[in-house]
Design a protein around this ligand. Sequence first.
Ligand code: 13P
Length: 249
Amino acid sequence: MTNNMFFIANWKMFGDFRSVNSVKKVIKFSKNKKYSKVQIVYCPPYTLIDKLLRVTKNSKIKIGAQNCHFSQNPGPFTGSINTDLIKSIGAKYVIIGHSENRLLGDSNHIINLKIKSALKKKLKIIFCIGETLKEKRNNKTNTILSSQIRRGLKNINKNNDIIFAYEPVWSIGTGIVPKTKNLEKQVLTIKKMIIKIWKLKNPKIIYGGSVNQKNINELKKISLIKGFLIGGASQNYKNFIDIIKKTIN
Ligand code: 13P
């Protein structure tokens, strides 16, 4: 297990000003030399980005947004935030293609525009891909994943600013994680797809979907996985720290 693993907290639509205290605990924990190479990223709701940027200022913890609008220019898009606004406030990452947003209408084409816009602003991207339960049952997993990768990255030159997050939709928030052997095989297939489609030698692939302090000992066995995108368990600092400790120990 390498030490420079990613632990990315996706708070989704949870968290208010009181959640800041839990981040302070993680900052303190992250100062331990043992975890000096670990990459911790918090993606809170937009409303907390500024606050968390201030709190994490003298730490190695980075802050990201959970989504962005595809337009590179300002415009009449009520309720939306684009990569320019995310960059200007000082965040370094953005999650793009999360299944919860695909469900709300983000097509592969829109995701492609969002990725282009984020790259232009030099943001690091957490690019989510994953199949639904129906697609899995219909043996469509690899077709779906390869199309998400191909269309999401269309006309984008290979680069190291994209982290690929494999999040099977059926695993998100369900407590169900793929069997270790199956997940290992799937991640290897994804790696091969990225190499073939994008000619990138060593893509960074992380896993998301019901990661918690109980199943992490099993998940960490898969050396192809370079980190985790964590929803529910990242909201509780004790669980989040526990996950990091167990992975790195
Ligand atoms: P859970 O960890 O709550 O299953 O959420 C995973 C996820 O969607 C992270 O982006």
